[in-house]
Write a protein that binds this ligand. Structure first.
Ligand code: HEC
Length: 391
């Protein structure tokens, strides 16, 4: 009953998180696109920096960007901030439902580090808080005058974070907490820097004075960071489904390599209207292919006939180590139904999913948190069964 409710709660919050995240990123991509596509050619109307015509959903739109702002504030001025805040709030709620609620299984991998659930949760939450402070300090340091160097420092920090977290938390928990830390930086940028900058602009306008330029500069810098961080964060969110990423021995390196590819792809779309940097997108694709090659599992030689193992022979291992969760009626607390729809008491289910089973077992992702204490010898047997099945 409890597990059933938690599953639906997970679904509801995930759904909400996804929808609001789409709204946030959609608005952010849209304004970025708008800025890059403004027609700035003279003649422009008095006080207008550029304008843009668009057609969408059966109507024509004509937008203008003011050089400094309008003479008088309009009655209704739209702000874009709740998407950011609510994406963060729903994301943290989801983290609590999926990871903190079930920390022993979801956050701890004894083969990585034998933590207590409380310690794992504290590391998780702490990593987000620390990341914001480190990032914010970097942005306020003299480095802010050198955006590229600052960007490199931020990237180095994220790499260190990924490395440290993968040394303590289970691989998937480590990945998602890097994502959560980046998401925290992004939402906090909106809350602490970007919105205050906009408030200062509005205030200056009503007081008939020139706004303090430093607010605007900081706002722009943080907004740029958010733009580049979007792709790595989205990758981390979906990486959960791809054991080749988080399951790799050097999973933190895979994370930052894919993140780098994402940043490069984003950079191409940011500058393609001012510079024909056509090499960037193919380079990003090339980088991606290199990651695919670098993470390729080593080829395993032919199995001697005497080493071959049948499904019936590994079934006792599967029963003991997997079926407390993966069965039509799981006995493990917190599991209402077979996770990922995989119930090994259904005939053929093990063989039909042999690729996945082998990957999950050999990369030590399953059994989850090794709750059922599968031994290295048993893993090796499952691998021999797999190679018997798929020579
Ligand atoms: C404590 C519960 C638990 C145990 C024990 C367990 N699993 Fe899982 N397994 C899960 C959960 C939860 C998921 C779903 C993960 C997710 O959210 O994608 C899962 C997913 C999987 C998947 C699907 C992965 C994918 O990429 O879709 C495979 C394959 C798998 N488990 C195999 C096994 C095998 C083999 C064993 C035994 C050696 C095992 N599991 C033991 C909880 C468990």
């Amino acid at each position: 009953m409890e597990a059933h409710i938690v599953e639906w709660l997970n679904l509801l919050v995930r759904w909400i998180h996804f929808i609001i995240g789409v709204a946030w990123i959609g608005a952010s991509f849209y304004f970025n696109w708008l800025e890059n596509h403004l027609n700035r050619k003279p003649p422009q109307d008095e006080g207008i920096a550029g304008n843009l015509w668009a057609v969408h959903g059966g109507g024509f739109y004509h937008l203008k960007k003011f050089t400094n702002g309008p003479d008088k504030l309009p009655e209704v001025l739209h702000w874009f901030k709740w998407e950011a805040y609510m994406t963060w709030v729903s994301g943290m709620t989801l983290l609590a439902i999926v990871y903190y609620y079930n920390a022993k299984a979801m956050m701890i991998d004894p083969s990585v580090y034998d933590l207590s659930p409380t310690a794992a949760i504290l590391i998780g939450i702490g990593s987000g808080v620390v990341s914001w402070f480190v990032y914010d300090l970097l942005c306020k340091s003299p480095l802010r005058k050198k955006p590229l160097i600052l960007g490199i420092f931020i990237f180095i920090y994220i790499s260190i974070l990924a490395y440290v977290l993968t040394q303590f938390l289970s691989p998937r928990a480590a990945y998602i907490h890097v994502g959560a830390a980046i998401g925290t930086m992004m939402a906090a940028n909106v809350f602490f820097v970007i919105i205050p900058a906009q408030k200062e602009m509005v205030k200056a306008l009503t007081e008939n004075r020139i706004p303090d330029a430093s607010y605007g500069e900081n706002g722009l810098l943080r907004s740029r960071h958010n733009n580049y961080l979007t792709l790595p964060v989205l990758f981390i969110m979906i990486s959960n489904h791809f054991p080749s990423t988080y399951g790799n021995q050097y999973n933190w390196l895979v994370l930052i390599a894919v993140a780098l590819v994402g940043v490069l792809a984003r950079h191409y779309f940011n500058i393609r209207h001012i510079s024909k940097a056509v090499w960037m997108l193919p380079t990003a694709l090339f980088g991606f292919i290199m990651i695919v090659l670098a993470t390729m599992p080593a080829k395993q030689g032919e199995l001697a006939t005497s080493d071959k193992i049948t499904t019936a022979e590994i079934m006792p291992i599967i029963e003991q180590r997997c079926m407390s969760c993966h069965s039509t009626k799981p006995t493990q607390a917190g599991f209402a139904r077979a996770p990922a729809g995989l119930a090994y008491d259904i005939a053929g289910s093990l063989e039909n999913n042999a690729d996945k089973v082998n990957t999950q077992v050999m990369q030590k992702i399953m059994p989850l948190g090794n709750l059922t204490q599968m031994t290295a010898e048993e893993r090796e047997k499952v691998n021999r069964w797999y190679r018997t099945l798929k020579p």
